[in-house]
Design a protein around this ligand. Structure first.
Ligand code: HPA
Ligand SMILES: [Zn+2]
Length: 343
C-alpha cells in the first residue's frame, strides 16, 4: 500500500472525539441494524447537512447522530473503523475522547460504551499498529453534579481510562464549576485536559489552567489575544491540541490561510495539530498535516516539529512500556525523510 506522503509522517492524535469519527456510511449501517430511522434520505443527504455556523450547530447534529450507537458492538465498530483509518494516516498513537453523558442520557450504560470501545482499543496495537489511551470528557453545559456522578460511575473502568476532559458548548459554560470534579479525578490518578479558547476568550484558558489544573489545553486557539497567557503557556510548556480544519468548519476562522498556527509556533507555544471530529470536518490526521502544509506553508522541519510535539505532549509517560513506545515513535520522527512533496 502506498501512503500519501503526509500520511506517512509518524504522528500522535491527541484531540479526537470518537463520536466525531462516525462516517455517514457507518451511521446508516448501525441505524439499520438497530431499527433506528435517521431523518436523512441517504448518506449524501446527511453529508449535505454538514454545513455549520458555529460550535453549537455542529453539536446539535453530533448529538443527534449518536442515537445509532446502542450496543457494545456498535462502539467497537466505531473505534475499529477509526483506528484502521488512523493507521492509514500515519497515526502511531491515539488519545481518544468519548462523551459518556451523551450516551447515558439516552439510556446507554457507561459499561456498554467503555467495554465496546476498549475491545477495539485492546487489539489496536497488534491489528493496526496504533497504541491508544482513552479520555473521558464531561459535558460543560451539564451540571457539576452530573459530571461527579459520571466520575463515580467510571470507577469500575478506571484501568481503561487515562484522564478526564471537558467539551461541548464553551461560551457561557466556564470551567470553574468543575473544580471539585477535577480535584476528585486528580485524586483518582487521572490526567487532566480541557477544551478552552476554542470559541471562548482567554479567560476560559486561564480557568482551565488555574482552576482545573489541566496539563494540556484542547484548542487554545484564542490564547494569542492575551500576551500574558501566551507567556504562561510557553513558560510551562503547556501543549495545545489545535484542530485547524475544525476551526474553519466551525467558523472560528474564515479560511485556513488565516489560521494562527505558524504565529503560535513562532511564539514558542508547544503546538500539535489534530482532527477533532474528522467525519464532520473533512480530514483525518494525515489530511490535516497536508492541509497546513498547503495553506500555511508549514515546511518539512516544521512538520517534523509538529510530529515530535505530538509524542512529547502525549500521555506516553506513565509506565516503562509507554516510555519505550514514546522513544520508538520519536526516533521514527527524527529518521523520517521528507521528500519533494512534503518539503
Ligand atoms: O470541537 C468540539 N468542541 C467542543 N466540544 C466538542 N465535542 C465534540 N467536538 C467538540
Ligand atoms: Zn474537540
Amino acid at each position: 500500500m502506498s501512503l500519501a506522503p503526509f500520511a506517512r509522517i509518524p504522528k500522535a492524535e491527541l484531540h479526537l472525539h470518537i463520536e466525531g469519527t462516525l462516517e455517514p456510511e457507518l451511521a446508516f449501517r448501525l441505524a439499520a441494524r438497530n431499527g433506528i430511522r435517521l431523518p436523512y434520505a441517504d448518506t449524501e443527504a446527511l453529508r449535505a447537512a454538514y454545513l455549520f455556523d458555529d460550535l453549537q450547530s455542529f453539536l446539535d447534529l453530533y448529538y443527534e447522530l449518536m442515537a445509532v450507537l446502542v450496543t457494545e458492538d456498535d462502539f467497537e465498530a466505531l473505534a475499529d473503523a477509526y483506528l484502521e483509518r488512523a493507521a492509514d494516516q500515519g497515526v502511531r498513537h491515539a488519545e481518544i475522547f468519548f462523551d459518556p453523558q451523551a450516551h447515558m442520557a439516552r439510556g446507554i450504560t457507561l459499561g456498554t460504551v467503555v467495554e465496546g470501545l476498549s475491545r477495539a482499543l485492546a487489539r489496536s496495537e497488534e491489528r493496526h499498529g496504533v497504541s491508544t489511551k482513552l479520555i473521558m470528557c464531561f459535558l460543560r453545559d451539564q451540571s457539576a453534579e452530573s459530571a461527579m456522578e459520571t466520575l463515580e460511575a467510571a470507577r469500575p473502568y478506571l484501568d481503561r481510562i487515562v484522564g478526564v476532559g471537558l467539551d461541548s458548548a464553551e461560551v457561557g459554560n466556564p470551567a470553574a464549576k468543575f473544580r471539585e470534579v477535577y480535584e476528585a479525578a486528580g485524586a483518582l490518578g487521572l490526567r487532566k485536559v480541557a477544551h478552552a479558547g476554542e470559541e471562548g476568550d482567554p479567560s476560559y484558558v486561564w480557568e482551565a489552567l488555574d482552576v482545573l489544573g489541566v496539563e494540556r489545553v484542547d484548542h487554545g486557539l484564542r490564547c494569542l489575544e492575551d500576551p500574558e497567557l501566551v507567556a504562561r503557556l510557553v513558560r510551562d510548556r503547556v501543549p495545545l491540541t489545535l484542530c485547524p480544519l475544525s476551526n474553519v468548519r466551525l467558523r472560528a476562522i474564515d479560511v485556513l490561510e488565516q489560521h494562527p498556527l505558524v504565529r503560535m509556533m513562532d511564539a514558542g507555544l508547544l503546538c500539535t495539530v489534530n482532527s477533532d471530529d474528522p467525519a464532520y470536518f473533512g480530514g483525518y490526521a494525515g489530511d490535516t498535516f497536508h492541509a497546513v502544509h498547503e495553506a500555511l506553508g508549514v515546511h518539512h522541519e516544521r512538520l517534523r516539529e509538529l510530529a515530535r510535539n505530538s509524542f512529547e505532549a502525549s500521555f506516553l509517560d506513565g509506565s516503562e512500556a509507554d516510555e519505550r513506545r514514546r522513544a520508538r515513535y520519536l526516533a521514527e520522527v527524527e529518521a523520517f525523510v521528507f521528500d519533494d512533496m512534503t518539503g
